[in-house]
Design a binder for this molecule. Structure first.
Ligand SMILES: Cc1cc2nc3c(=O)[nH]c(=O)nc-3n(C[C@H](O)[C@H](O)[C@H](O)COP(=O)(O)O)c2cc1C
Length: 414
């Protein structure tokens, strides 16, 4: 029986172990996690979601405090259109986050940044361009364009000196999304270097509607593969979502995938950025305790543990400090939902908002426990201790389990 290590991912002149750890914002796929993947010869992702906040946490910068000070006058105003990001600070934060990560890189693998394009930041094009260019300036090996795929992103950075040598990939969930992207970026005369195909069982935001269960990753991969063959395009395909064992991964690699992208298995590792008590919630997840809902203001469904504290929380919108989801007009659907509840309960000290969440604040505080469909199997990957908690795993252990286990086997830590 074959294992993942019998295959290699070829990207340009590099031969890699075909395991990609997917981006997990906000700072759930930490630099430490991404660097482990690279050290082991695979591919890791950091994420640039809420990068000012992440940089403050790690490098003692004060970007969030400064922004809040500047816009404090607007806190009680439900119109957030004045709240803008300082592009210089955004570039600085991105360079710190990416640059410090790349300085620590060891081994033959790659470290990429997951760029969640749905973070419109009250100026979608300008902020996206700054994020992409600053990441390239700071030496990132490549960029994976994620949620909300902005069809013109390649054109935004085509003048950058690294536009052709950095690896640029995209995440799609359908052949149609891929075709649209290729059509739109045709003019830049540059194809994506890889295509992550994210199916309906993934964690984070889903590229499907609430009818996600009707779709199947293997079918979408086969469709996209056929299309690329018919167009004589040779682009590595990287399926993602619900690939829980080395055997699952081999199934895709044998059917023409170049690598697999995985994430949920790494949420219970030392290197993952979630707080330790939250990692225990992931270990203890039950199948019935995982849901796909519409509380993200992005408009995309999101999968999460049903006991996530963010669900139903009615905090005041924090856009003066964060504001990453403000659209080009300074609006966010959480603000509307929150105001509606406040108006309906004028005397309540606290309101509950069920249909939307203040995603920035809740992700920043690790209170959205987003996970892949198979998170309920995490308990099979570790040792339960007498008190009902689980011993955390190392990223190296999980990576090597994917790399060397066969069939349904899951290697337990020694
Ligand atoms: C906790 C968590 C956070 C995630 N955050 C992001 C994100 O910010 N951007 C993104 O493109 N994908 C995100 N994802 C999706 C993963 O990168 C990955 O493609 C997917 O979860 C793989 O499926 P698996 O978790 O079943 O292995 C997230 C997944 C998890 C589990």
């Amino acid at each position: 029986m074959r294992c993942v290590d019998d295959f290699r991912l070829r990207l340009g002149n590099r031969e890699l172990v075909p395991i990609v750890i997917g981006g997990m914002g906000v700072d759930i796929s930490t630099a430490d996690l991404a660097l482990e993947a690279a050290r082991l010869g695979g591919v890791g992702h950091i994420s640039d979601a809420m990068v000012n906040t992440v940089t403050d946490r790690h490098f003692d910068t004060k970007f969030v405090r400064e922004k809040l000070r500047q816009y404090k006058f607007n806190v009680a105003n439900s119109n957030k259109s004045v709240v803008r990001f300082d592009l210089g600070q955004l570039a600085e934060a991105t360079k710190l986050h990416v640059g410090r990560t790349m300085e620590r890189k060891r081994g033959d693998g790659l470290v990429l940044v997951n760029c969640m394009e749905k973070l419109t930041m009250n100026a979608p094009r300008e902020t996206l361009r700054v994020r992409l260019e600053a990441a390239l300036d700071a030496g990132i090996d490549g960029i994976t364009l994620a949620a909300g795929l902005h069809l013109g992103s390649f054109a935004l950075i085509e003048k950058h000196p690294r536009f052709r040598d950095a690896r640029l990939g995209i995440i799609v969930s359908s052949l149609r999304a891929l075709q649209l992207f290729l059509k739109k970026s045709f003019r830049t005369n540059r194809l994506p270097d890889y295509i992550v195909i994210e199916g309906p069982l993934a964690g984070g935001h889903l590229g499907f509607g609430m009818d996600w269960a009707k779709y199947d990753l293997a079918t979408i991969v086969a469709e996209i593969r056929q299309y690329l063959i018919s167009e004589k395009l040779d682009i590595p395909l990287i399926p993602a979502g619900g690939i829980f064992t080395g055997g699952d991964a081999v199934g895709f690699l044998e059917n023409g995938a170049a690598a697999v992208q995985v994430a949920t298995r790494f949420t219970v590792t030392d290197e993952c950025g979630l707080p330790d008590p939250v990692k225990q919630k992931y270990f203890q997840a039950e199948e019935g305790g995982i849901e796909v809902n519409m509380i993200s203001p992005t408009g995309y469904p999101m999968r999460m543990l049903s006991n996530s504290p963010a669900i139903g929380a009615g905090i005041r919108p924090n856009c003066e400090a964060y504001g990453y989801l403000l659209d080009a007009n300074g609006a966010c659907s959480y603000i509307t939902a929150y105001n509606r509840e406040v108006a309906a309960h004028p005397n309540a000290k606290r309101v509950s908002v069920m249909d939307k969440t203040c995603l920035c604040t809740q992700m920043r505080n690790f209170d959205v426990w987003t996970c892949g469909h198979y998170a309920y199997r995490l308990k099979d990957t570790g040792h339960e201790l007498e008190d009902g908690t689980y011993r955390l795993l190392t990223a190296e252990h999980v990576f090597r389990d994917y790399q060397f286990s066969t069939g349904d086997e899951i290697a337990l830590p020694g």
